[in-house]
Design a binder for this molecule. Structure first.
Ligand code: GTP
Ligand code: MG
Length: 522
């Protein structure tokens, strides 16, 4: 996955230059966790998308391909219709790469979530099944016999769409489609998520991101059509060179390929332009405000947007009982109780089994997290799967190499949850192993716990600050004003040659003050 590697590299470079580890923490992260660990239990407890499905199907041959090609990728067409009858299929894979001892999702829980995703996309789920297996079948994902049985069920229930809970390879998708027949559409979790993203995308950038993700998802599948996608490997059939392509001239195939590549290039070029504009905006914002960024991160539907709205006294960010209600990052200014200002950023929700390459398509959102001084990891504590969700988010944070950004675990929806369970030793142990910092309980809906959360944020930022001692000439009054705005003044004397200041400031401001330093950083 070369794209991912370069993304990861880029990420690690960014992280290794201007982040918290380049600076001395005062008094250090351990203090933070200790202090929060001492907070009393009580109300405030302690504690990584569809391709637009072709109008044809995976089994559609080249007859349709060249005509499909024109509108497959560029359009906003939703490939499933509201009210389509759906059937969902999972597999309990013993060697699941997403499964670890602590984070295992039961297959039924995962299918429950898939059902919610289907409903979010407007599908009506009429049934489900799963197969327990050591490894998925390379040709049909679940066993070929199981797919044959599925074909009968699909007919009986008059199913329009079959959704698999795991990403299907091009060969698996095509083979399953062949067995189920032309009247059924076959989707996988990734395609479904992409489809929901396509429905939700509002800004030009979000739309471009979804489009690029869809095209990248499509690429190997088209490649498969064009090379070996003829057949039924499961039945020993198949033929290299692609029966799919029979009757289709060589030049037509090449034209299709070229067209596809061109479309992808266009989208990427447009994204690059948007990215550059955003970069200019971000740099300006950084220079102008120099405010610390707090990123709200968490599983989808955890209450992140509700929290941003409540914290910032706005109702502007769309929050709803839906998966992936938020796609575009939103940043708001917030004044902390001590008077300091910060920027709070709402982000796209995470979900288990989300391919990292898909997460990385949503760079805009991720860049806000990349800039963050602090991550608020918001959890729907009322969900019976809260612990698995914490782990899934944590895994994505690690895949994005952001695990070193300090985190506060925010157990949200306390109004709806069993407090005894949350405060049980097993729960606390989970947090201690996952979260390096501290935990706070909140209800974004009622506002309970948010004052305490802000106190903790304020203290965390202070601990992430660095102490400076400098002599600022009177001509640098703008810098003095900035120290007042974002820092904590310890001492301030007006001398003949300028203002002598001792203060705690965010690391970014320390860099600007370096040339006026009298002692350097302590
Ligand atoms: N009972 C209760 N419900 C909450 C609380 N916070 C949020 N909700 C509800 O949870 C649902 C999801 O809230 P959102 O704020 O949209 O969640 P999100 O994390 O932004 O979700 P995505 O953008 O989809 O990732 C909404 O119906 C909210 O009203 C809370 O503290 N208590
Ligand atoms: Mg949201």
């Amino acid at each position: 996955m070369p794209g991912m590697i370069s993304f990861a590299l880029l990420w690690s470079m960014v992280m290794s230059v201007g982040h918290v580890h380049a600076f001395t923490l005062i008094p250090g992260p351990h203090c933070l966790s200790k202090r929060c660990a001492d907070l009393p239990l009580g109300q405030i407890g302690r504690s990584k998308i569809p391709f637009q499905r072709p109008r044809g199907r995976w089994s559609d041959g080249p007859k349709r391909f060249s005509s499909l090609n024109m509108n497959l990728f560029g359009s906003e067409t939703i490939t499933t219709k509201k009210g389509d009858r759906a059937y969902i299929v999972g597999a309990d894979i013993k060697r699941n790469r997403y499964k670890t001892l602590e984070s295992s999702w039961e297959v039924d829980d995962s299918l429950d979530e898939l059902q919610r995703l289907c409903e979010t996309a407007g599908l009506v789920v009429l049934g489900r099944e799963f197969q327990s297996m050591q490894n998925p079948s390379p040709s049909t994902f679940i066993g070929a016999g199981k797919v044959e049985a599925l074909a009968k069920t699909v007919k009986t229930l008059e199913i329009d769409v079959v959704v698999f809970d795991d990403e299907l390879s091009p060969a698996q998708g095509r083979n399953i489609q062949t067995i189920l027949g032309e009247d059924v559409r076959v989707l996988d979790r990734t395609m479904l998520i992409l489809q929901i993203f396509a429905q939700r995308a509002r800004t030009r950038e979000a739309k471009l991101q979804v489009q690029a993700a869809q095209m990248k998802y499509m690429m190997p599948r088209l490649q498969y059509f064009m090379t070996e996608g003829a057949g039924m490997e499961a039945r020993g059939g198949g033929g290299g060179g692609g029966k799919n392509l029979k009757g289709m001239g060589e030049s037509q195939i090449e034209a299709d390929k070229r067209l596809f590549r061109k479309q992808l290039q266009n989208v990427e070029k447009e994204m690059e332009e948007v990215k550059q504009q955003r970069e200019v905006y971000r740099t300006k914002r950084r220079e102008r405000d120099n405010l610390p960024i707090i990123a709200i991160v968490g599983y989808t539907n955890a209450g992140k947007s509700t929290m941003l709205n409540k914290l910032c006294g706005s109702e502007e960010v769309y929050a709803d009982d839906l998966l992936f209600a938020t796609l575009d990052p939103t940043t708001r200014k917030l004044r902390l109780p001590g008077g300091k200002e910060v920027l709070v950023s709402d982000t796209v929700g995470f979900i288990q089994k989300l391919p990292t390459k898909l997460v990385s398509s949503f760079r805009a959102t991720l860049e806000e997290i990349e800039d963050a001084s602090l991550i608020l990891h918001v959890v729907d504590a009322a969900s019976p799967l809260a612990q698995q969700q914490i782990w899934s988010v944590q895994n994505i944070i690690e895949e994005l190499m952001l695990e070193d950004t300090p985190q506060i675990l925010v157990l949200n929806k306390m109004d709806a949850c069993d407090k005894e369970k949350i405060e049980s030793p097993a729960w606390l142990r989970i947090h201690e192993r996952v979260i390096p910092e501290c935990t706070v309980a909140t209800s974004a809906k009622s506002g309970d716990g948010l004052a305490e959360l802000l106190d903790i944020v304020e203290e965390a930022l202070l601990q992430l600050s660095v102490m400076i001692e400098c002599l600022l000439p009177y001509s640098a009054s703008d810098l003095l004003a900035e120290i007042h705005k974002v820092g904590t003044i310890i001492q301030e004397d007006f001398q003949e040659s300028g203002t002598r200041v001792v203060a705690y400031v965010p690391p970014s401001l320390r860099n600007k003050l370096e040339k006026y330093s009298t002692t350097g950083t302590r």
